[in-house]
Design a protein around this ligand. Structure first.
Ligand code: ZN
Length: 189
């Protein structure tokens, strides 16, 4: 089932996600719904918060992003990121590595709003998969950026928080308009 993606201004986006203790059949269905929602919105990542549920769960799929390559290492060995997709990140922990790099970002909760965001070039990630099994990998390129963006969501942090003041000023009007629209929509519920 395709779920509704909440927009900036919805208070759920600012909540700290609760840890998932057990992979219940309901969570399994929720993960399937998140993948369906991400595909339908043509996103490369989606956090549970964006479908109005503040839990530590995000999905990522960077396949097909030929102009923005991803790098992947598993147990220190370079691996093919496409065959590692799609990813389910439950209760993820991220260790920052490498220099910080600037790159363009968007967010399904901020339609049509894009800006440069500085992130770590590489990250070490540990998480549980959809079966509740622990796994680890190191990511670079677009995958590293996507992981950091989604893990931020799980902690109530949004990409506009990570923009420098110049970029933030560039998107200010659009962000304020979106905020007003979301507040108006919430008032009508
Ligand atoms: Zn986002």
């Amino acid at each position: 089932m395709v779920l509704e993606v909440v927009k900036y201004g919805d208070p759920v986006l600012r909540k700290k996600g609760a840890k998932i203790e057990t992979i219940t059949p309901e969570i399994t269905q929720f993960i399937a719904d998140m993948f369906e929602t991400m595909k339908s919105a043509r996103g490369v990542g989606l956090a549970a918060h964006q479908v109005a549920r503040a839990v530590q769960l995000a999905v990522i799929d960077v396949r097909g992003m030929r102009d923005r390559p991803s790098l992947l290492w598993i147990q220190g060995q370079a691996a093919d990121s496409d065959s590692f997709m799609p990813l389910v990140l439950i209760n993820p922990a991220v260790t920052p590595l490498g220099p910080r790099v600037s790159g363009p970002e968007g967010c399904l909760s901020f339609p049509e709003i894009y800006g440069e965001v500085e992130r770590q070039a590489e990250v070490e990630v540990t998480a549980l998969n959809e079966r509740g099994e622990s796994y680890a990998f190191k990511a670079g390129g677009l995958l590293a950026r996507a992981v950091q963006h989604e893990v931020d969501h799980l902690n109530g942090i949004l990409f506009i928080d990570r923009m420098d003041s110049e970029t933030r000023a560039e998107v200010k009007d659009e962000v304020e308009l979106l905020l007003a629209e979301t507040k108006a929509r919430i008032a009508l519920r």
